[in-house]
Design a protein around this ligand. Structure first.
Ligand SMILES: [Zn+2]
Length: 100
């Protein structure tokens, strides 16, 4: 399924959007539920490497918090992440006007 490859790019945009706009940040399980709500069924084995890749590229930061005795990583968009999102939003708008 070649479309999977393209959809993984959309998923990255979606993650970046929430990491930039949700004041409390995002975490893995909630992000998977959010993506599911939008029709993307993404396994932890796919999501977590994407989150790490986005951190390694300076788009996200993470900080651990403890919830009910368990550690949870909260992700926020960095300045670079916000700038990247701004650029992507332009491309999405442009592409959408053309394709849709
Ligand atoms: Zn969403």
């Amino acid at each position: 399924m070649y479309e999977q490859k393209i959809l993984l790019g959309f998923i990255r945009v979606h993650i970046l959007h929430h990491a930039a706009t949700d004041p409390q940040g995002i975490y893995g399980t909630a992000m998977r539920e959010e993506l599911k709500r939008h029709g993307y069924n993404i396994s932890p084995g796919t999501l977590y490497p994407i989150l790490h890749e986005m951190m390694n590229n300076g788009l996200l930061t993470s900080k651990p918090i403890i919830v009910n005795g368990k550690q949870r990583k909260i992700y926020h968009a960095t300045q670079k992440g916000r700038e990247t999102l701004t650029i992507l939003k332009q491309s999405i708008k442009e592409l959408s006007n053309e394709v849709i």
